[in-house]
Ligand binder design. Sequence first.
Ligand SMILES: CC(C)(COP(=O)(O)OP(=O)(O)OC[C@H]1O[C@@H](n2cnc3c(N)ncnc32)[C@H](O)[C@@H]1OP(=O)(O)O)[C@@H](O)C(=O)NCCC(=O)NCCS
Length: 240
Amino acid sequence: MPRPMSEPLRLHYLAPGELPLEALEAVAARVLCDEEKARAARFVFSRDRVLFMAAHVLVRQLLSERTGQAAAQLRFEVGPHGKPELSQPGRTPALRFNLSHCDGLVACAVLDGHPVGVDVEHLDRRVAVESLAPRVLSGRELQGLEALGGEARRRRFLQLWTAKEAYVKALGDGLTLELRDLTVELDAASPAIVHAGADSATGPCQLSLWEPTPEHVMAAVVCAPEAPVVEMMPATIDAQ
Ligand SMILES: CC(C)(COP(=O)(O)OP(=O)(O)OC[C@H]1O[C@@H](n2cnc3c(N)ncnc32)[C@H](O)[C@@H]1OP(=O)(O)O)[C@@H](O)C(=O)NCCC(=O)NCCS
């Protein structure tokens, strides 16, 4: 039986372009593990490397604050479909987190006890709405999209996409889910995700959706029976 939500969902976000590069590189050299450093070094474009370093330093700093462990000492385990979780033998409830990064924004969701997924997308992201929509949207979502044209149509698609990504990431199932079975209800009093038929298999989930900047859409999904209180927290990287 899932526990009711007692802890708030904390959503930390930052714009990596605003960080002083030297300070970021110095803290990344101190706290990232060898595998993270190797991944950072493989990026061709500096902008992607900065985004990756900022994201992974932020995760380590946030989890370090919550656990009292040094950021560099934290270890992660990767689930069967690639979802990283903090390695925390004996900690009850488990501290959960999820990370997302896109052009100009990093977001990290942290909460106790319930699986969480977060996704951020740039609203200017090039996206082939007409070819993707029939592959990932439910009939009801497609109908809603039909009523919209131009920029409103693209924006709606990106909101639906971001919400579904957050759901996929909360479950940690990668793309083993049939996305057309999910309906994101954006017009309801509060946004929700309805899973056609199989909700009992995945359990109830709670969706939150924002535009944290004029250029970005962000969604978070928590697998829990009750909606969490959400705290949106602009983050900084501590270079000390
Ligand atoms: C991981 C995945 C689920 C999301 O990736 P993404 O949107 O490209 O990237 P994000 O920045 O949001 O998330 C990446 C982070 O999520 C985490 N992650 C990786 N695999 C994950 C998984 N299976 N579940 C949850 N989180 C995962 C990691 O922390 C990763 O960060 P890193 O690459 O720096 O280590 C991706 O592999 C995927 O399968 N995307 C689905 C694509 C799609 O067609 N979606 C349709 C939606 S309508």
